[in-house]
Design a protein around this ligand. Structure first.
Ligand code: NAD
Ligand code: LMR
Length: 327
């Protein structure tokens, strides 16, 4: 048996937390032979901390053999102490009629404080995955406050968008999900994101050859994926939670699996025209557990280039809006 790793989770008593923690403890995120200690962090609000107690009781009651300990705290210095993975979920979700960027003012500050404290107290090999919206920019804010941990340790989640895109393509083509491969998300986790359908394959063939309907691919497909979060809020009255937790399991699982190729928002290296100082969704290949290289060789046509330019502009605009929060 391996020695346990410490996994810090913020917003642990929230909706996503409730769908996520049981999957981490069951081994779905780090594998069936990797014990974990869950370090659960909540806001210093009585109701939230009480709810967290209930979640911890339920975790106990599952008798997960891989769960070697639970820490419950509202003190980030305790919650992030020696953490190998920091999953930053705790933040306000948007309501109907809002864009994710509308959350910047309320949520941005959380990531300033957490970036600093993670840098001070987390393990030397710490990795950070940001889910709280707007995820790309919050991740940039957190990373900007780290002096010890390099920027490539900070990633934001666009995996939910990748999963949504894969599912939409499979439905349209009438094939099983696994037949759809190489669908990657570029840019912001927002309606400007670009699901690059021309690179995707369906049953080994280029997606546009299997779905010869360019108007659908450029129009309804991109729009459905880009606005899926809002559609779920409109239908459910609350933002996606189980699918977001599932995507975070996929995000981390792929990042700890050498050879995995998947979409992650990472600090741009200028590839695909992204500003070098934003966190943009790109395809990456996991090299060693927790490390990755950006795949830069994908050709882009004029339509793709215009989508990339639009999502890059939104990211640089968000960056300008939070200039005073950057370290
Ligand atoms: P929620 O309101 O159910 O839960 C959030 C929890 O975070 C609450 O329990 C709250 O007390 C806690 N919290 C707030 N500030 C905190 C802090 N400083 N430290 C620790 N905990 C804190 O919300 P949710 O549905 O779980 O969503 C959480 C975030 O994830 C939202 O910002 C939402 O928009 C975002 N989200 C992102 C994606 C994505 O794909 N990136 C998908 C779904 C949701
Ligand atoms: C999503 O994509 O479902 C989340 O980012 C929640 C939201 O606000 O859309």
């Amino acid at each position: 048996m391996k020695s346990p790793i410490r996994v810090a989770v913020t917003g642990a008593a929230g909706q996503i937390g409730y769908s996520l923690l049981f999957r981490i403890a069951s081994g779905a995120m780090f594998g069936p032979d990797q014990p974990v200690i869950l370090q659960l962090i909540e806001a210093p609000i009585e109701k939230a901390l009480k709810a967290l107690e209930g979640v911890a009781m339920e975790l106990d009651d599952c008798a997960f053999p891989l769960l070697h300990g639970i820490v419950q705290t509202s003190d980030p210095a305790i919650g992030f102490k020696d953490a190998n993975w920091c999953l930053l979920i705790g933040a306000k979700p948007r309501g109907p009629g809002m864009e994710r960027a509308d959350l910047l003012k309320d949520n941005g500050r959380i990531f300033t404080a957490q970036g600093k404290i993670i840098d001070e107290v987390a393990a030397a090999d710490a990795r950070v995955a940001v889910v709280g919206n707007p995820a790309n920019t919050n991740c940039m804010i957190a990373a900007s406050h780290a002096k010890r941990l390099p920027a490539d340790r900070f990633t934001a989640m666009v995996r939910l968008d990748q999963n949504r895109a894969q599912s939409q393509l499979a439905k349209k083509a009438g094939v099983p999900l696994a037949a759809v491969q190489n669908i990657f998300i570029y840019g912001n986790h927002s309606p400007t994101m670009f699901p690059a359908f021309a690179q995707a394959t369906i049953g080994g063939k280029p997606a546009p050859a299997v779905i010869p309907d360019l108007a659908w691919l450029q129009g309804s497909f991109c729009e459905t994926v880009g606005k899926r979060g809002a559609a779920i809020i409109a239908a459910r009255g609350a933002s996606s939670a189980a699918s977001a937790a599932n995507a975070l399991v996929d995000h981390v699982r792929s990042l700890v699996t050498p050879g995995a190729i998947h979409s992650v928002a990472v600090k741009s290296n200028g590839a695909y025209g992204f500003d070098a100082n934003v966190w943009a969704g790109v395809p990456v290949r996991t090299t060693t557990p927790g490390s990755y290289e950006i795949l830069t060789g994908h050709a882009m046509d004029d339509f793709a280039k215009s989508k990339l330019a639009a999502t890059n502009k939104e990211l640089t605009d968000e960056r300008a809006l939070v200039a005073e929060l950057l370290g």
